[in-house]
Write a protein that binds this ligand. Structure first.
Ligand SMILES: Nc1ncnc2c1ncn2[C@@H]1O[C@H](COP(=O)(O)OP(=O)(O)OP(=O)(O)O)[C@@H](O)[C@H]1O
Ligand SMILES: Cc1ncc(COP(=O)(O)O)c(N)n1
Length: 580
């Protein structure tokens, strides 16, 4: 039984810019949940443009490092990268043979992205020999050709065939990486000696920031295997994590050549999601709203460029000054993207407000609407890179949500004074039940494990919030609380681009375009407009707060799928515990 935090040793060269080699490995091991250690094979003077000089300490020094670690620390996994010379390879090989780690991931580094040689040509034979000790080897397309003694594969099928043949001959698994081919999707395929395959693919990111991707994938894979994941789960985890790191690498602005990936992006995003800071500052909304203008003035940009209204988003994630404002009452940047304009500069909604109160509400919540449209979840759904397990989770939560949202709408119907309004809420409530039933019929039927998932903490927090207001709050507050689900969801639908028919989520994206959503938005807006007009100034302020908090819950609801680790979704009667 491996420990919860696998102890993983990287044996590799250095990179003073932190993008490749031991630096990349340590960051990747940490990101994948392990404790990272490193023994240095070569000191490399390099940057994002290439290698300038390589210093090889005596092999005896490497042997001493390996002995020092091995004598003292039990290792769940070892990952090797740049080994440089035949003598170094032999040194590592001798130590590995004695140490016998359960997991050995060999990244047979030969040539850097920059074209510089990192393995002496005459050492290739020794590397081929060493690879036979591995649990899995992770060659790129060019290294695969050297490893298998074949011409460079021109297609993924050719590469898979080369790898399958080699794995069968040697008894060592191979991960075939298509990063060096041209396909729109990049696929990593684990091929076992018995021929079984597990593929994990992601959308190709158009970026220069791919320095150290091979090192990072291998180190993350070693860590997940060291933690006890099976090959398919470990590879899926490493591929998905690396995709996020590559997507955000350029934002680091490290160097002017092939920059590093952002190994910590996921950790920062998750840390931000775990913040207990309130979403809306106590003084974000005036205590009394005599007219919509009171909210407009309050929501408008102030002299220091901050906005007064708008619930705080996930902005703290990047830790920079661009995230949120001094008083924390508004936000203009997220873990996923650069700062955006404050409310006053926000684009108009595609479904226009029906009166002055809904116009003021839109303006106050516009930064959150923009966050949702630009959220990692919506982006991954649109570009097709959202992992299926996360999509299934989202569907399951959507079904759970609709069930309770329908109850909230029925409560509004029961409490409505105006018969037409009561009818609108009641019809919306039954409409929800129909959509939920359709979700189960069409989408969850062939995803049985997702179909049984209970409501997540995020879903429960949102629906409990809505139900509490629908059942007990003044009608204006209750109506304002349920409005974002109508309006922001329809806005997401309106913002979606057309996608190709073979897009993995084409059919789902189509469901957002249902014209029925727009009719629902208009009905809910009309009710909110009427109720706010009739409410007292104090109740109006409470209603605005409820609207903004519901907008923030909407953002959480979309983003939650990207916070879930499929391996944590197993069934069984247990109470999830937190790590301390
Ligand atoms: N442009 C990209 N978009 C998405 N993923 C990528 C991209 N480039 C690389 N990757 C990911 O990084 C992994 C390793 O990349 P690649 O196939 O280039 O290996 P490598 O050549 O060993 O890496 P390195 O360039 O660090 O030596 C790929 O398998 C893939 O998961
Ligand atoms: C020490 C060391 N190890 C490996 C690589 C390969 O990484 P890349 O091909 O991305 O430059 C590197 N540049 N430096």
């Amino acid at each position: 039984m491996p420990p919860a935090i696998p102890r993983v040793l990287s044996i590799a060269g250095t990179d003073p810019t932190g993008g490749a080699g031991t630096a990349a490995d340590l960051k990747s091991i940490t990101a994948a949940g392990g404790y990272g250690m490193a023994a240095v094979t070569a000191v490399v003077a390099q940057n994002t443009h290439g290698v300038r000089e390589i210093h090889l300490p005596p092999a005896t020094m490497l042997a001493a490092q390996l002995e020092a670690v091995g004598d003292d620390v039990t290792l769940e996994a070892v990952k090797t990268g740049m080994l440089g010379t035949a003598e170094i390879i032999r040194t590592v090989q001798d130590w590995v043979a004695r140490q016998g780690p359960d997991v050995l991931v060999v990244d047979p580094v030969m040539v850097a992205t920059s074209g510089d040689r990192l393995l002496a040509a005459e050492a290739e034979e020794a590397m081929l020999h060493f690879c036979r000790l591995a649990t899995v080897v992770t060659p790129n397309i060019d290294e695969l050709a050297v490893l298998t003694g074949s011409p460079r594969a021109a297609t993924e099928a050719e590469a898979l065939a080369q790898a399958a043949d080699w794995a069968e001959r040697t008894g060592v698994a191979v991960v075939v990486k298509t990063g060096h081919l041209e396909d729109e999707r990049v696929t990593n395929t684990w091929i076992s000696p018995d021929g079984s395959r597990h593929a994990a693919s992601s959308r190709r990111v158009d970026t220069e920031s791919t320095h150290g991707t091979g090192c990072s994938l291998a180190a993350a894979l070693a860590t997940r295997l060291g933690a006890g994941d099976d090959p398919a789960t470990a590879l899926a985890w490493a591929t998905d994590w690396l995709h996020e790191a590559i997507t955000h690498g350029a934002d680091l602005r490290v160097g002017s050549g092939h920059g590093p990936v952002d190994h910590s992006h996921r950790a920062r995003r998750l840390a931000s999601a775990g913040s207990a800071a309130p979403w809306l500052a106590a003084d974000a909304i005036p205590a009394r709203l005599e007219s919509p203008t009171d909210l407009r003035v309050s929501a408008g940009a102030s002299a220091d460029g901050s906005a007064r209204a708008g619930a705080s988003g996930t902005g703290a994630a990047d830790g920079s000054a661009k995230s949120g404002t001094a008083d924390g009452s508004a936000r203009s940047g997220t873990a996923d993207g650069p700062a955006r304009p404050v409310a006053a500069e926000m684009p108009a909604p595609s479904i226009a407000p029906v009166g002055p109160w809904t116009a003021a509400l839109w303006e106050a919540g516009a930064p959150l609407a923009a966050d949702i449209a630009d959220s990692g979840f919506v982006r991954a759904l649109v570009d097709g890179s959202l992992p299926e397990a996360q999509f299934s989770f989202y569907l399951a939560q959507d079904a759970q949500y609709l069930d309770r949202y329908s109850e909230a709408l029925q409560a509004l119907a029961d409490r409505a004074g105006d018969p037409a309004e009561a009818q609108f809420w009641a019809e919306s409530s039954s409409g929800c039940i129909e959509v939920e039933a359709e979700l189960h019929r069409s989408w969850l039927a062939d995803r049985p494990s997702a179909a049984d998932l209970p409501a997540s903490p995020v879903t429960s927090a949102y629906t409990d919030f809505l139900l509490a207001r629908a059942l007990t709050a003044p009608p204006a507050v209750a109506a304002a609380a349920v409005l974002p689900c109508f309006w922001l969801y329809a806005e997401v639908g309106a913002s979606l681009p057309d996608v190709a028919a073979d897009h993995p989520y084409a059919a789902w994206l189509e469901t957002y375009r249902d014209p029925g959503f727009v009719a629902g938005v208009l009905g809910a807006q009309a009710a909110v407009e009427r109720e706010l007009e009739a409410a007292t100034p104090e109740v109006r302020a409470e209603a605005v707060r409820a609207y903004l908090l519901a907008c923030r819950h909407e953002l959480e609801f979309f983003e939650q799928a990207r916070r879930v680790d499929p391996s944590a979704l197993g069934s069984g009667a247990r109470l999830a515990m937190v790590a301390r």
